[in-house]
Structure formats: C-alpha cells, structure tokens
Design a protein around this ligand. Structure first.
Ligand SMILES: Nc1nc2c(ncn2[C@@H]2O[C@H](COP(=O)(O)OP(=O)(O)OP(=O)(O)O)[C@@H](O)[C@H]2O)c(=O)[nH]1
Ligand SMILES: [Mg+2]
Length: 475
C-alpha cells in the first residue's frame, strides 16, 4: 500500500515498453520480464491475504466516515458470498472424502496444499448428509446471483461443484487435485454500485429482503447442521483445514447473518474477504483542525497477484537497464509512504508454487527489495507485523517458530518474544539495506480489530504528516 501525489495513474505508464526499443532490446526485455514474472508469480502468492485491503477499510472507516457509511450495505453481499463459499468448501471436502480425492484449498492460516496421507476415508457419511446437501443446493443459485451483482469488474471464477447428489454416482478411487478458486474484485466501485443498485429478483418479501438473503435465511438451520456435524468436523481436521482461522469465515455467526434483516457491521466488513486484483486508488482528506484546508492522501491498494509491489520493483530494474529512468522516476519519487504488511502468523506456511519457500521469509525478501530500492530511498516506511491474533492462536496450539525458522533459535515461543524477534529482523534489514538513513515505524497489528487499529492509524497519520512537514521544512 503506498501514497502518491500527481494526476495520472503512474503504473500504466510504467508498464509500457520504451518507445524507441530495438528488436534486440525487445527480445532481451521480454526474457527479463518472463524471468521477473516467474519470480513475481511465486512471490505474489506469499503477499496475498496479508491484510492490505483490510487496513484500507480501517483508514476509510476512521477518517472518511460519511463516505464509508454510504457503501456499508454493499459489503453485505460480500459477507453472504463468504458464507456461501465456506459451505461450498465444506461440501467439496465431504465429496472429496467420499470420492477419495485429494483436494487443494486456498486457506489463510493453514498449509494451502491439503493433501492427506490416504485419500480413502473411513469417516461415516450417511443419508443425513446427502439430504443436507440436497437441501443446501439452492445456495448454488445464491452464489451465482451474488457474483452477478458484484460481477462487473470481477475476476472470472471457476465454477465450483456443489452437487446435491454426491452419493448417486460413486466413483472409483482416483486421487485428483482440485482447487477452489477465490472471488476477486477489480474495482472497489462495484461495491459502491452494488449498494446503490435496486435489489433484483422476484423474492422481494414484505420485509424488503432480496432473494439471496431470503434463501440464505431459509438455509440457516441446514448450514448450521452441516457445520456442526461430527463427521464433517473430523473430515476438516483430517485435511488440516482450520476454517475458523481462514479468511472470510462467518459460520459461527449464522444466527445473526443468515437472517432476512441482516445488517452488516464494521466488524463483519473487516473480516470479509474479497481478493484485490490490480491497483485500486482511494482518496482520504484530513482537515486541519478548525480550517477548511487540509491534506489529501491518495492511497494505492496493491493486489497481491500480478501487479504486486514486487512486480513494480522488477519493472523498475528493467527500466533502469534500459536507461528510461527519467520517464517514470517522478512517479516513484512522489511516493511518500509505503505501509508494508507482513502477516507474522504465516511463519509455518510455504508457497504453493514452491514448497521450498517459507511465506514469511518470502515477505522478508520483498521487504528487503523495497528497503534497498534507490527510487524509494526517501519514501517513509511503515511496517505492520499483522495477524498477531492468529499468531497467538497458532503458538497456543503448540506450533513452534524455531521448527520453521531455524534462525529463531531457542528463544521463548510466546507472542511477545516472537514479535520482538521479527521487529528486530525487519528493522535490521531496513538499516542495512536503505540507501540513505531513515527511520521505520513498526507496529504489531491485528487489523480486524477496528478499535486498536484506529488508534494505530491515528499514530500513522500523525507520523506521516510530521515527516512530510519536516521534509518540506515547514517545521
Ligand atoms: N484474524 C485476522 N484476519 C485478518 C487480519 N488481517 C486481515 N485478515 C483477514 O484476512 C483476509 C485477507 O485480508 P485482505 O485485506 O483482503 O488481504 P490483502 O493483502 O488485501 O490480499 P490481496 O487482495 O489478495 O492482496 C480478510 O478476510 C481479512 O479479514 C488479522 O490481523 N487477523
Ligand atoms: Mg486486497
């Protein structure tokens, strides 16, 4: 996430090849781009779900209250979609158990590759489960409708099977790897548009609820029954799928959410998961106390996929090679602040693309690149060591940091010590790699905690304003 002044989108320009490129230069550039892309694709996976968009939500909630209120309801569809996705995930797991399949599920805080020792399962699934799945089949339509509503500007999402009759067609044991896709949004504007759009569907009930809301409310008891079912819980455990720790999990709130008059709360919104694609720009205005003047911040939320910060940095190197600095340098000189989010709870996870790469080490690599960048030498760096709540839960479960990061040594395996260790590590890198002297502000955060994050963001705001005033020699 970065702040940048200036009228044009810098990134489009940045991605364009130089105007006077020779064929030999073009070939060399394409080769470099491919190499960079391979690394980026690998690294991007590590930077997804670190909490960037959630931090932005907190900024807007705290400092842009009026605008935030106008789009609040648009998030209801996203929460509902998250609920349906969790149920779809469970159904897929049950199907996989029955059919003896290996299943890959992108999960926030567990290993993303969920292979099981033996795909064949001896868990007892009965007609009761079959009936539940049949009764939950209408959620397929709900998912389609919610996606349609949020659809303009969203990533195409692979259809997920939600067969209502998995028992009718027993399959031979044939291990298969399947992936559950994530829903992504290209533009925040669709959330706002969704909020303004009249609710469609023929189910406008007297309460004013729309069809997806009515259907979800109607499925409440069956969803609860599925989620609390013993065999289902065992199947999830067997596949090391900790749904409550994964992004966009709401199944413990069904009594409140699966109702016709569900009103989305701020807490729901920060927990809702919607993957970002590309770069999204937002503006925040901070008034000077008692005056009509103030500061405007342009905030760029960088999606964790193709257009990641790492990719941009790689492009910078490419452009440096081609001596095109002057064309794009001003944009990067204009970035005042980068807020870097490192999810410290992922110390025991590996990248899906390359199981040799630890996700946290990967995040540290990216931090090193940013700190080392000459272009960003004067950019103020703020680091959020995020997901401290998940870190705490993981440590409590007995997972030890030293097992995954040998350099941790025999330090105590508690949150305070772990956070202190990471804080020092990130700080040391910044000191060693920064081309010019600068300080870094490091905060341990849980950005789903809106109260605590609000206080952190006020401190961030004051720090940024102070540094910028100092830089422009106003103080
Ligand atoms: N428990 C917990 N969940 C968090 C925290 N920070 C973010 N999340 C959740 O993690 C999920 C992913 O957060 P996002 O803000 O969408 O992540 P992102 O970095 O924007 O991800 P991309 O858009 O894919 O790059 C969301 O469901 C958040 O609610 C945290 O500190 N604790
Ligand atoms: Mg995001």
């Amino acid at each position: 996430m970065g702040f940048i002044p200036g009228p044009n989108d810098p990134f489009y320009e940045l991605m364009q090849p130089p105007a006077d490129e020779t064929p030999a230069q073009a070939t060399a550039r394409l080769k470099r781009e491919q190499d960079a892309q391979r690394v980026n694709d690998m690294i991007d996976e590590g930077q997804s779900e670190s909490g960037k968009s959630t931090t932005l939500k907190n900024f807007r909630m705290r400092f842009s209250k009026e605008e935030w209120e106008t789009e609040r309801d648009g998030w209801r569809s996203v929460v509902q979609l998250n609920v349906v996705r969790s149920i779809t995930t469970i159904i897929r797991v049950v199907e996989a158990e029955i059919n003896g399949e290996l299943l890959i599920i992108d999960s926030d805080d567990e290993q993303s590759i969920l292979t099981v020792e033996s795909a064949a399962s001896d868990l007892k699934f009965s007609d009761r489960h079959q009936l539940l799945m049949i009764r939950l089949a209408p959620l397929q339509g709900v998912e389609a409708e919610l996606k349609r509503r949020l659809g303009a500007g969203t990533e195409p999402v692979q259809a997920t099977s939600m067969s209502a009759t998995p028992f009718d067609t027993p399959q031979e044991y044939r291990p298969r790897r399947k992936r559950l896709p994530e829903f992504a949004v290209r533009s925040w504007k669709v959330i706002e548009a969704e909020q303004r759009a009249p609710q469609t569907g023929d189910g406008s009930a007297s309460s004013g609820a729309d069809l997806p809301t009515i259907t979800i409310a109607g499925c409440k008891d069956d969803m609860k029954a599925l989620w609390h079912d013993k065999a289902v819980q065992q199947a999830l455990k067997r596949r090391k799928l900790l749904l409550p720790d994964s992004a966009g999990f709401f199944l413990n709130d069904l009594d409140r959410i699966a109702t016709r008059d569900y009103v989305v709360t701020d807490n729901d919104i920060v927990r809702a998961r919607l993957k970002t694609v590309g770069i999204q720009e937002h503006r925040l205005f901070f008034k000077h106390a008692g005056k009509p003047t103030g500061w405007e911040w342009r905030i760029f939320d960088v999606g964790g996929c193709r257009t990641s910060v790492r990719e941009i940095l790689s492009y910078l190197d490419i452009f440096i090679d081609l001596s095109q600095r002057s064309a794009w340098l001003p944009y990067f000189e204009g970035v005042n602040v980068i807020i870097f989010l490192s999810p410290v709870s992922v110390f025991d996870q590996r990248l899906e693309e390359d199981s040799r790469v630890n996700r946290l080490e990967d995040s540290i690599l990216l931090w090193t690149s940013i700190c080392s960048s000459k272009l960003l030498a004067r950019t103020q760096l703020i680091l959020f060591l995020n997901k401290c709540d998940l870190l705490r839960r993981k440590l409590k479960r007995g997972v030890t940091v030293a097992e995954y990061l040998p350099s941790y040594g025999d330090r105590r395996n508690d949150v305070m010590t772990v956070v202190k260790y990471f804080r020092e590590k990130f700080r040391d890198i910044q000191k060693q790699c920064s081309p010019e002297h600068r300080s870094v502000y490091i905060y341990p955060t849980t950005v789903t905690d809106t109260e605590a994050t609000g206080i952190t963001l006020e401190s961030v705001r004051d720090g940024v304003l102070r540094e910028n005033l100092a830089a422009s020699q106003l103080i």
